[in-house]
Design a protein around this ligand. Structure first.
Ligand SMILES: [Zn+2]
Length: 219
């Protein structure tokens, strides 16, 4: 399960790993917390229109990667808060999908200035903890949801990577998925090159041609 703040956060951070794991037969589910309705400089764009465009871009990108399903929480962009109601909803979705591994933003990344990225990381970590124990939100368990033991959390955008994935065979599909986010300028050649070069740089740590890196927390 990949839990992230905005439509487009997942592909750049872990799109190569997603493709690789899908090829290995793993089922990947996306949980997109906000609707991304603030990311536009176009004076004729409205938040309503943008949220719709970004939802469609996210669906197209997920399809390219082979993601099995997406849940959109639809919280307004920039307004994600570390709050108990949102934690509860993420807990419900973790209990529903029963992931063995959860990917999310590293909320401890130094100088992480985007409030949604910090909040998404903290909310997800908090939800993983409470999803495990049946006495948290027992009202959920009467709706045929089971407690969920997540084995590992992989934090992306981290300053302290300790888990590298060789994405040499999936870099092209990752870039194709990133290109789906046209409204965010991610189809531009220089942006694509920047992402490719970043994967080259990350891969060097393990002598992979292209890589993605994470901080892994084993629960
Ligand atoms: Zn984001």
């Amino acid at each position: 399960m990949i839990i992230f703040a905005h439509p487009d956060d997942a592909e750049g951070n872990c799109g190569g790993t997603t493709v690789k794991w899908v090829r290995e037969g793993k089922i990947i589910h996306y949980l997109v917390l906000t609707n991304g309705d603030k990311g536009s400089d176009d004076p004729s764009m409205t938040s309503e229109k943008l949220a719709e465009i970004r939802g469609k871009e996210q669906e197209a990108a997920a399809k390219v990667l082979g993601v099995s399903g997406i849940t959109f929480l639809g919280i307004p962009d920039g307004e994600l808060e570390v709050s108990l109601p949102i934690r509860k909803e993420i807990t419900r979705l973790i209990r529903l999908h029963q992931p063995a591994v959860v990917f999310t933003h590293d909320p401890w990344k130094v100088y992480q200035v985007h409030p949604d990225h910090r909040a998404a990381g903290f909310l997800t970590l908090d939800a993983v903890i409470v999803a495990r124990d049946r006495l948290y939100y027992p009202d959920q368990l009467t709706q045929r949801l089971r407690p969920c033991i997540v084995n590992e959390i992989c934090l992306f955008g981290t300053d302290y990577p300790d888990f590298w994935v060789d994405i040499s065979e999936s870099i092209e599909i990752k870039l194709q998925a990133v290109r789906c986010h046209e409204s965010q300028g991610l189809a531009a050649k220089e942006v694509q090159e920047r992402i490719r070069n970043r994967a080259l740089e990350v891969g060097k740590a393990k002598s992979y041609l292209y890589g993605e890196a994470f901080k892994k927390i084993v629960m």
